[in-house]
Ligand binder design. Structure first.
Ligand code: GRE
Ligand code: ZN
Length: 317
């Protein structure tokens, strides 16, 4: 079977599982999910083998909090990577509420722990990272040549009304979460970074987003049309230039050819990377999708290999 590399694969640092500000309410997860999240050993590797995943880049399931808590989580992950260096790699979690410490933690994790980048929650209590206060991490990532993966997060308190309506609370949760809001807000975030000139200031910044591009590829027609009319302010670099040189996209949590077709019609294949979103999605489901992709003839054999692992290897070294 083909070797696969995956980049949006999560763990939970067990000693930190009960922190109140652990943004995802971990305690509400079903037992099997908690067990899989906390496992950084045999169970994870068994599940990887079942989905032909040779290497997982592992990240904390959600932002944690202050610098010392992030450091503990990063050390726990680093120990697991050290135990299984051929199967695991690490993305750091950063204390984004302490912007200078976040940059320092990124540097520490890349230089001392051998991590291949960091994964950030989509916002910090409703603040997106177009706010210049957060830019030290962008500056550091660019300096190190490493990647930042921006991952969806549940809406902040002030945005909850957007998802409340004439339906049960559970529907509000999913509308704001995996049912739509997560993806909408992450796509919005990338456009906000663009409009704020982040990619003019940090022209070599490397950002990864998941879920086949967080709705953006479907909207390029309008984005480019209205960009010409000044919709995003005065940027030196154009949107499609930024998309083609600063952004990489994973297939995380989406296992169908239709969104991939839209993505590939708008995006160079060198920028598209397979991922699962373990343990929230199953590696076996991913493997079925990979087989369907190969069967479909939608991409060349070289393109197929690029999506499966080669692009990840090139991007993350
Ligand atoms: C995910 O990454 O897909 C995810 C989380 C937290 C809760 C649910 C979920 O990170 O699907
Ligand atoms: Zn995820």
């Amino acid at each position: 079977m083909h070797p696969l590399m995956t980049l949006e694969e999560h763990y939970q640092a067990s000693p930190l599982a009960d922190l109140p500000h652990n943004a995802v309410n971990f305690t509400s997860f079903p037992r099997f999910l908690k067990d899989k999240l906390c496992d950084l050993g045999p169970q994870r590797i068994t599940d990887m083998n079942a989905g032909s995943v040779s290497l997982q880049v592992i990240s904390h399931t959600s932002a944690i909090g202050n610098a010392s808590q992030c450091r503990s989580a990063n050390e726990i992950l680093a120990a697991a990577v050290k135990d299984n260096p051929t199967r695991f790699a690490g993305f750091a979690t950063l204390p984004m509420g302490e912007p200078q410490n976040a940059a320092t933690e990124l540097e520490y994790c890349v230089k001392e722990l051998g991590f291949v980048g960091a994964l950030l929650d989509n916002h910090l209590e409703g603040r997106f990272y177009d706010d210049e206060a957060f830019w030290p991490s962008f500056e550091m990532a660019e300096k190190l040549g490493t990647v930042l993966y921006i991952h969806p997060a549940f809406p902040s308190d002030d945005r909850e009304p957007l998802y409340k309506g004439n339906y049960p609370t559970a529907v509000e949760d999913s509308l704001g979460g995996w049912g739509f809001g997560w993806h909408m807000e992450t796509g919005l975030h990338i456009l906000r970074l663009f409009a704020a000139g982040v990619f003019d200031r940090f022209p070599k910044l490397k950002i990864i987003i998941g879920h086949m591009g967080e709705l953006l590829p479907f909207q390029f027609e309008r984005i480019v049309y209205f960009e010409k009319k000044g919709a995003f302010g005065e940027q030196q670099r154009k949107w499609m230039d930024v998309w083609n040189s600063n952004i990489w996209v994973t297939t995380s949590g989406m296992f169908s050819l239709n969104p991939l077709a839209c993505l590939l019609r708008n995006t160079k294949i060198e920028r598209v990377l397979y991922s699962v979103d373990y343990p929230f999605s199953r590696n076996e489901e991913g493997l079925e999708f990979v087989a369907e992709l190969e069967e479909s003839g939608m991409v060349s054999q070289e393109g197929f290999e690029r999506i499966c692992w080669r692009n990840a290897e090139e991007l993350l070294g």
